[in-house]
Design a protein around this ligand. Structure first.
Ligand code: PLP
Length: 267
């Protein structure tokens, strides 16, 4: 009997099923791994935005983590919405005792502009969480929040990666998907990301589809990287496979509710 690789997400719940824990578990299943979850916060959320958020007590997060790790064991971890300074610090401490790859998605604000991390938690993300990361996956807004570096074009991305690497992760994946459109075209032609450990540099390019139903993209990418790492990929191979998975899921993103629909894991 085959036991699949085990992957853990430490993240928030999206009641609409498009992002957070729900996107993470779907991604892990689609990539042939066993997904497990440590819930940090519950959001009341739909295609129009986040209508309420409640974080779990630190003891509940610690107990979930210990239950999973001490019995089942994990081969890779992904972190997402961590909400508060206390939760960021607790999760960083738990991860520091683990000897497996960790993908940190330093989630700050949702596409609708809802805060998923308190401004007071940014310092703990910089000094405690990012040093535990094998790969950190900030988008350009998160790069600016965490480092002050503003990326206006792809040429700025290496400077952003250096600033993130200075905070301690082994690899930085700078996601350029939010870069402004080429003024000559209605939609940008490519989504460009930069993966680097400071020496080895990989530029990843994928066609842009102009599909507005993109809810859950960041969660899905980070979870896909963690799933591939649990299966034994190197970081560059895991990120390339994850980008391919997200590109397919994005192309198939569908309408749900009156707002922004989710990426599709059933392709
Ligand atoms: N809700 C939760 C619980 C999340 O973790 C995230 C992103 O990490 C979001 C919402 C935001 O998703 P998006 O910005 O793709 O709409």
């Amino acid at each position: 009997m085959r036991t699949p690789p085990r992957v853990l997400t430490v993240a928030g719940s999206d009641s609409g099923g498009g992002a957070g824990i729900q996107a993470d578990l779907k991604t892990m299943l689609a990539l042939g791994t066993h997904g497990m979850s440590v819930l940090t916060a519950v959001t009341a959320q739909n295609s129009l935005g986040v209508h309420g958020a409640w974080e779990l007590p630190v003891e509940a997060v610690r107990a979930q983590f210990r239950s999973v790790v001490d019995d089942i064991g994990v081969q890779a971890v992904k972190t997402g919405m961590l909400s508060s300074p206390a939760l960021v610090t607790t999760v960083a401490e738990l991860l520091a005792g683990l000897r497996v790859p960790v993908v940190v998605d330093p989630v700050g604000v949702s596409k609708h502009g809802d805060a998923l991390l308190a401004a007071t938690a940014l310092d703990a993300v910089r000094t405690k969480l990012l040093p535990t990361a094998t790969v950190a996956t900030p988008n350009l807004d998160e790069v600016a929040q965490l480092t002050g570096v503003r990326v206006r074009e792809t040429a700025d991305m290496p400077r952003a990666a250096d600033a993130i690497l200075a905070l301690g992760p082994r690899w930085a994946l700078i996601k350029g998907g939010h870069l402004p459109a080429d003024p000559a075209r209605a939609v940008p032609v490519e989504a460009v990301d930069l993966l680097t450990d400071g020496t080895d540099e990989h530029w990843l390019r994928a066609p842009r589809h102009g599909n507005r139903h993109t809810h859950g993209t960041g969660c899905t990418l980070a979870s896909a990287i963690a799933a591939q790492l649990a299966k034994g990929d190197t970081v560059p191979r895991a990120v390339a496979a994850a980008k391919e998975y997200v590109t397919g899921a994005l192309a198939a993103g569908f309408r749900l509710g009156a707002g922004i629909g989710p990426v599709d894991h059933g392709w």
